[in-house]
Design a protein around this ligand. Sequence first.
Ligand code: SAM
Length: 249
Amino acid sequence: MAAADDVAPPTASAYLHPTYWDERFGKEEHYEWFKDFSHFRHLLAPLLSPSLSVLEVGCGNSRLGEELLREGVAGGITCVDLSPVAVQRMRDRLVEQGTHGVEVVVADMLDLPFEHESFDLVIEKGTMDVLFVDSGDPWNPNPTTVDNVMKMLEGIHRVLKPEGVFISITFGQPHFRRRFFEAPGFTWSVEYSTFGDGFHYFFYTLKKGKRSLESNSYQNVLPAAPKVNMFHEELESEDYIFRTNVEEL
Ligand SMILES: C[S@@+](CC[C@H](N)C(=O)[O-])C[C@H]1O[C@@H](n2cnc3c(N)ncnc32)[C@H](O)[C@@H]1O
Protein backbone atom coordinates (compact mmCIF):
# COMPACT_ATOMS: atom_id res chain seq x y z
CA MET A 1 0.00 0.00 0.00
CA ALA A 2 1.43 3.35 -0.99
CA ALA A 3 1.94 6.25 1.37
CA ALA A 4 0.22 9.51 0.50
CA ASP A 5 2.11 11.29 -2.30
CA ASP A 6 2.75 14.34 -0.19
CA VAL A 7 4.50 12.45 2.60
CA ALA A 8 8.21 13.14 2.16
CA PRO A 9 10.68 10.34 2.81
CA PRO A 10 11.73 10.76 6.43
CA THR A 11 15.21 11.04 7.82
CA ALA A 12 16.30 8.24 10.12
CA SER A 13 15.79 10.03 13.41
CA ALA A 14 12.36 11.39 12.40
CA TYR A 15 10.79 8.05 13.29
CA LEU A 16 11.63 8.64 16.94
CA HIS A 17 9.65 11.87 17.24
CA PRO A 18 5.89 11.94 17.87
CA THR A 19 5.62 15.08 15.71
CA TYR A 20 6.73 13.06 12.69
CA TRP A 21 3.92 10.55 13.26
CA ASP A 22 1.34 13.26 13.99
CA GLU A 23 2.21 15.11 10.77
CA ARG A 24 2.23 11.93 8.79
CA PHE A 25 -1.07 10.60 10.13
CA GLY A 26 -2.65 14.03 9.56
CA LYS A 27 -2.16 13.52 5.80
CA GLU A 28 -2.08 9.80 5.26
CA GLU A 29 -5.20 7.63 5.27
CA HIS A 30 -3.69 4.17 5.27
CA TYR A 31 -0.24 2.62 5.21
CA GLU A 32 0.55 -0.92 6.26
CA TRP A 33 4.12 -1.29 7.43
CA PHE A 34 5.76 -4.40 6.02
CA LYS A 35 2.69 -6.36 4.97
CA ASP A 36 -1.02 -6.39 5.64
CA PHE A 37 -2.92 -9.07 7.52
CA SER A 38 -3.53 -11.25 4.44
CA HIS A 39 0.21 -12.03 4.24
CA PHE A 40 0.50 -13.44 7.76
CA ARG A 41 -3.06 -14.61 8.37
CA HIS A 42 -1.91 -18.24 8.06
CA LEU A 43 0.40 -17.69 11.05
CA LEU A 44 -1.91 -15.58 13.22
CA ALA A 45 -5.34 -17.16 12.68
CA PRO A 46 -4.46 -20.43 14.47
CA LEU A 47 -3.71 -18.39 17.60
CA LEU A 48 -7.06 -16.58 17.60
CA SER A 49 -10.31 -17.48 19.32
CA PRO A 50 -13.53 -15.53 19.95
CA SER A 51 -12.94 -14.96 23.67
CA LEU A 52 -9.51 -13.33 23.33
CA SER A 53 -8.80 -9.85 24.60
CA VAL A 54 -6.20 -8.22 22.38
CA LEU A 55 -3.88 -5.24 22.68
CA GLU A 56 -2.26 -3.83 19.53
CA VAL A 57 0.75 -1.65 20.28
CA GLY A 58 1.51 1.21 17.85
CA CYS A 59 -1.46 0.79 15.54
CA GLY A 60 -0.77 3.83 13.35
CA ASN A 61 -3.33 3.79 10.54
CA SER A 62 -3.10 0.04 9.97
CA ARG A 63 -6.29 -1.99 9.58
CA LEU A 64 -5.03 -4.87 11.72
CA GLY A 65 -7.49 -4.16 14.57
CA GLU A 66 -10.46 -4.39 12.21
CA GLU A 67 -9.07 -7.55 10.63
CA LEU A 68 -8.92 -9.20 14.05
CA LEU A 69 -12.54 -8.25 14.61
CA ARG A 70 -13.46 -9.77 11.24
CA GLU A 71 -11.66 -12.95 12.30
CA GLY A 72 -14.15 -13.22 15.15
CA VAL A 73 -12.12 -11.87 18.09
CA ALA A 74 -14.82 -10.65 20.46
CA GLY A 75 -13.15 -10.41 23.86
CA GLY A 76 -12.17 -6.77 23.27
CA ILE A 77 -9.58 -5.23 20.96
CA THR A 78 -7.60 -2.26 22.24
CA CYS A 79 -5.29 -0.37 19.90
CA VAL A 80 -2.80 2.14 21.27
CA ASP A 81 -0.53 4.68 19.66
CA LEU A 82 1.61 7.54 20.88
CA SER A 83 0.23 9.83 18.18
CA PRO A 84 -3.05 11.55 19.17
CA VAL A 85 -3.65 12.25 15.49
CA ALA A 86 -3.45 8.56 14.58
CA VAL A 87 -5.78 7.68 17.45
CA GLN A 88 -8.38 10.31 16.55
CA ARG A 89 -8.35 9.34 12.88
CA MET A 90 -8.79 5.70 13.71
CA ARG A 91 -11.66 6.50 16.05
CA ASP A 92 -13.29 8.59 13.30
CA ARG A 93 -12.83 5.77 10.80
CA LEU A 94 -14.42 3.21 13.12
CA VAL A 95 -17.42 5.50 13.72
CA GLU A 96 -17.83 6.14 9.97
CA GLN A 97 -17.72 2.40 9.31
CA GLY A 98 -20.09 1.65 12.18
CA THR A 99 -17.47 -0.69 13.62
CA HIS A 100 -17.89 -1.62 17.29
CA GLY A 101 -15.51 -3.68 19.37
CA VAL A 102 -12.24 -1.80 18.83
CA GLU A 103 -11.15 0.76 21.42
CA VAL A 104 -8.38 3.20 20.47
CA VAL A 105 -6.29 4.89 23.14
CA VAL A 106 -3.36 7.32 23.19
CA ALA A 107 -0.64 5.54 25.15
CA ASP A 108 3.12 5.20 25.32
CA MET A 109 4.26 1.62 24.85
CA LEU A 110 7.11 2.37 27.25
CA ASP A 111 4.58 2.99 30.01
CA LEU A 112 1.44 1.01 29.20
CA PRO A 113 -1.57 2.26 31.21
CA PHE A 114 -3.14 -1.16 31.81
CA GLU A 115 -3.49 -3.43 34.80
CA HIS A 116 -1.27 -6.48 35.18
CA GLU A 117 -2.50 -9.53 33.29
CA SER A 118 -5.16 -7.70 31.24
CA PHE A 119 -4.75 -9.26 27.78
CA ASP A 120 -4.66 -12.70 26.20
CA LEU A 121 -2.79 -11.49 23.16
CA VAL A 122 -0.52 -8.50 22.54
CA ILE A 123 0.58 -7.78 18.98
CA GLU A 124 2.89 -5.26 17.39
CA LYS A 125 3.88 -4.78 13.75
CA GLY A 126 6.85 -2.56 13.02
CA THR A 127 6.49 -0.70 16.29
CA MET A 128 9.40 -2.12 18.26
CA ASP A 129 11.53 -1.49 15.18
CA VAL A 130 11.10 2.25 15.73
CA LEU A 131 13.15 1.92 18.92
CA PHE A 132 16.07 0.56 16.90
CA VAL A 133 16.35 3.63 14.70
CA ASP A 134 19.74 5.24 15.32
CA SER A 135 20.65 2.42 17.67
CA GLY A 136 24.26 2.30 16.49
CA ASP A 137 26.00 -1.04 16.09
CA PRO A 138 23.17 -3.61 15.74
CA TRP A 139 25.30 -6.19 17.58
CA ASN A 140 25.75 -3.78 20.45
CA PRO A 141 22.91 -1.22 20.43
CA ASN A 142 23.34 1.95 22.43
CA PRO A 143 22.11 2.01 26.07
CA THR A 144 19.06 4.15 25.26
CA THR A 145 17.86 1.61 22.73
CA VAL A 146 18.44 -1.26 25.15
CA ASP A 147 16.58 0.56 27.96
CA ASN A 148 13.62 1.41 25.76
CA VAL A 149 13.29 -2.04 24.22
CA MET A 150 13.42 -3.61 27.68
CA LYS A 151 10.81 -1.15 28.99
CA MET A 152 8.52 -2.03 26.10
CA LEU A 153 8.94 -5.77 26.58
CA GLU A 154 8.59 -5.60 30.37
CA GLY A 155 5.33 -3.68 29.94
CA ILE A 156 3.98 -6.20 27.46
CA HIS A 157 5.02 -9.13 29.66
CA ARG A 158 3.31 -7.44 32.62
CA VAL A 159 -0.04 -6.81 30.87
CA LEU A 160 -0.22 -10.31 29.39
CA LYS A 161 -2.30 -12.88 31.23
CA PRO A 162 -0.34 -15.82 32.71
CA GLU A 163 -0.68 -17.88 29.52
CA GLY A 164 -0.92 -14.92 27.15
CA VAL A 165 0.85 -14.65 23.82
CA PHE A 166 2.90 -11.79 22.39
CA ILE A 167 3.26 -11.55 18.61
CA SER A 168 6.01 -9.36 17.18
CA ILE A 169 6.06 -8.79 13.41
CA THR A 170 9.31 -7.24 12.34
CA PHE A 171 12.26 -7.35 9.99
CA GLY A 172 14.48 -7.73 13.08
CA GLN A 173 16.45 -10.91 12.64
CA PRO A 174 16.68 -13.49 15.43
CA HIS A 175 20.33 -12.78 16.17
CA PHE A 176 19.41 -9.17 16.96
CA ARG A 177 16.18 -9.91 18.84
CA ARG A 178 17.04 -12.91 21.01
CA ARG A 179 19.01 -11.01 23.66
CA PHE A 180 15.87 -8.97 24.33
CA PHE A 181 13.19 -11.64 24.04
CA GLU A 182 15.19 -14.09 26.13
CA ALA A 183 16.25 -11.66 28.85
CA PRO A 184 16.08 -13.00 32.43
CA GLY A 185 12.69 -12.46 34.02
CA PHE A 186 10.62 -13.21 30.96
CA THR A 187 8.70 -16.46 31.24
CA TRP A 188 7.75 -16.70 27.58
CA SER A 189 8.97 -19.27 25.12
CA VAL A 190 10.15 -17.87 21.79
CA GLU A 191 9.49 -19.24 18.33
CA TYR A 192 9.49 -17.62 14.94
CA SER A 193 8.44 -18.09 11.36
CA THR A 194 9.09 -15.99 8.30
CA PHE A 195 6.81 -14.70 5.56
CA GLY A 196 7.11 -12.48 2.50
CA ASP A 197 8.28 -13.00 -1.06
CA GLY A 198 11.11 -10.53 -1.46
CA PHE A 199 12.01 -9.22 1.95
CA HIS A 200 11.55 -11.77 4.65
CA TYR A 201 9.64 -10.61 7.68
CA PHE A 202 9.79 -12.36 11.00
CA PHE A 203 6.72 -13.44 12.93
CA TYR A 204 7.79 -14.09 16.53
CA THR A 205 5.45 -15.95 18.88
CA LEU A 206 6.23 -15.54 22.59
CA LYS A 207 4.09 -17.69 24.90
CA LYS A 208 4.07 -16.53 28.50
CA GLY A 209 4.58 -19.17 31.14
CA LYS A 210 6.05 -21.60 28.62
CA ARG A 211 9.74 -20.93 29.02
CA SER A 212 11.90 -23.80 30.07
CA LEU A 213 15.66 -24.04 30.28
CA GLU A 214 15.63 -25.87 26.96
CA SER A 215 13.64 -23.07 25.35
CA ASN A 216 16.59 -20.71 25.56
CA SER A 217 17.16 -21.32 21.91
CA TYR A 218 14.82 -20.55 19.12
CA GLN A 219 12.49 -23.22 17.87
CA ASN A 220 10.68 -23.45 14.58
CA VAL A 221 13.68 -22.10 12.72
CA LEU A 222 13.48 -22.72 9.03
CA PRO A 223 16.41 -24.88 7.92
CA ALA A 224 17.50 -22.75 4.98
CA ALA A 225 18.80 -19.21 5.27
CA PRO A 226 16.14 -16.71 4.18
CA LYS A 227 16.27 -16.01 0.46
CA VAL A 228 16.73 -12.28 -0.04
CA ASN A 229 15.47 -11.43 -3.49
CA MET A 230 14.53 -7.80 -3.52
CA PHE A 231 12.16 -6.68 -6.17
CA HIS A 232 12.68 -3.27 -7.69
CA GLU A 233 9.61 -1.75 -6.03
CA GLU A 234 10.67 -3.09 -2.65
CA LEU A 235 14.05 -1.41 -2.94
CA GLU A 236 12.20 1.86 -3.44
CA SER A 237 9.69 1.30 -0.68
CA GLU A 238 9.72 2.99 2.69
CA ASP A 239 10.19 -0.37 4.38
CA TYR A 240 13.58 -0.54 2.72
CA ILE A 241 14.45 2.99 3.85
CA PHE A 242 13.32 2.05 7.35
CA ARG A 243 15.38 -1.14 7.32
CA THR A 244 18.53 0.59 6.26
CA ASN A 245 17.95 3.36 8.80
CA VAL A 246 17.78 0.76 11.50
CA GLU A 247 21.14 -0.53 10.22
CA GLU A 248 20.28 -4.15 10.66
CA LEU A 249 21.03 -5.38 7.19
C1 SAM B 1 6.36 1.77 11.79
S1 SAM B 1 4.82 2.36 12.36
C2 SAM B 1 3.84 0.88 12.41
C3 SAM B 1 2.37 1.18 12.38
C4 SAM B 1 1.45 -0.07 12.30
N1 SAM B 1 1.70 -0.99 13.38
C5 SAM B 1 1.55 -0.80 10.97
O1 SAM B 1 1.88 -1.97 10.96
O2 SAM B 1 1.31 -0.18 9.92
C6 SAM B 1 5.20 2.63 14.09
C7 SAM B 1 4.03 3.13 14.91
O3 SAM B 1 4.45 3.18 16.28
C8 SAM B 1 3.94 4.35 16.88
N2 SAM B 1 4.79 4.66 18.04
C9 SAM B 1 6.06 5.15 18.03
N3 SAM B 1 6.53 5.26 19.28
C10 SAM B 1 5.53 4.82 20.10
C11 SAM B 1 5.39 4.69 21.51
N4 SAM B 1 6.40 5.07 22.34
N5 SAM B 1 4.25 4.22 22.02
C12 SAM B 1 3.22 3.86 21.19
N6 SAM B 1 3.29 3.95 19.84
C13 SAM B 1 4.43 4.43 19.30
C14 SAM B 1 3.97 5.38 15.77
O4 SAM B 1 3.11 6.49 16.02
C15 SAM B 1 3.54 4.53 14.58
O5 SAM B 1 2.14 4.50 14.47
